[in-house]
Design a protein around this ligand. Sequence first.
Ligand code: ZN
Length: 402
Amino acid sequence: MGIALRYVWAGLSLLAAACAGAPPPPAGIGELSEARVSVAACRSASVSLHFDFDGAAPSACSITGERAFELLVTPEHAPPINPSPWYAFRYEAKGDAPVSVTLRYLGAKHRYDPKWVGEGESRDLSVYLREDGAVAVMALPPGNGIVSAQEVIAPDDTAADLARWSAVSGAAVFTLGRSHDGGAIEAIRLGRADAPRLVVLLGRQHPPEVTGALAMRAFVDALVEARAVPGDTQILIVPMLNPDGTARGHWRANRGAVDLNRDWGDFTQPETRSVKAWLDALPQGVRPVLMVDFHSTRSNLFYVQGEEEMDAGQRSFLAAWLGGQEQALPGFPFAIEPRNANPGSGTAKNWFHAAFAIPSYTYEVADTADRTAIRTAARALAGRLFPALNAAQRAGTRDAAD
Ligand SMILES: [Zn+2]
């Protein structure tokens, strides 16, 4: 995991609120001392918390005891916002006495159990959860570590993925455009630039949706390693559409305070526009045939087009790619949820389907899905991709001939 020092957080004012009506906290949480407000870090004599790496969330931090801290976990702008309450910090603790960190959620409930990474090891931490879900307390392992809502996959990590895919495939990484913060929206294309069938793979519109990113990484790894892209097919891979929101620990939005997956159609944001501009510049004869957008939610599922929205080719693709696989992938049962587009919904799924009349899916991975199963399933589905595209093409040809 690459930890790049980013910026010094200038803290919000916060006084620690008493935990009214809560059951007693676990032993070791300590008496509340008068809260002190953090600036760049939250520091007592023996313990410090820091928010200085890409993916860290600049939570308001208060020191509630020599070895007790409280973080106010807040969204990047006012609700309504999807409740994906991201948090991430690193800590340095001297001595072996317990250190407690309380997460207090503003406008959300605890959703992600803490992922801890120390020197050479990692594991999930358990939490004491207040009954209403709005407060969670964890004990930190001794020494130094990083704690985050899900595994930290920051823009630098995705850049490393792209470099690996480039090294294996020989394809060049290129920049589609720039984010609000000036970050590169990077992409790679597998296959020839004039290959007529274009598959588009998108990732990380929503920063906390790391399990979707894990699936996309394994999916692309499998495509690259197989060296099996047919000569008439090219694949555009954009694994980090929201680098600003990811680096800043957002719950949902980009730096323009916009949910990027509601911007397809209006294209008000530089990140979505970068993809649109690339599509607009495609050579004649190149046409998208499939779009898959990787996300995370509570369970494994694929949002696909509704029955009445699909033509024969699209139905054939769905049947050949996902049909019968719902219970067939070890540790990764999934559902297929057909949903017709709400006009103007602004999702990538609906825009690609409307613009190109193609299968256009959201690949949703459960927050808590087994990490090995995510990868195994993604690799299996990558292996089924080209046969399914060919089946769709045959069905589409038959349909056109009818
Ligand atoms: Zn999402």
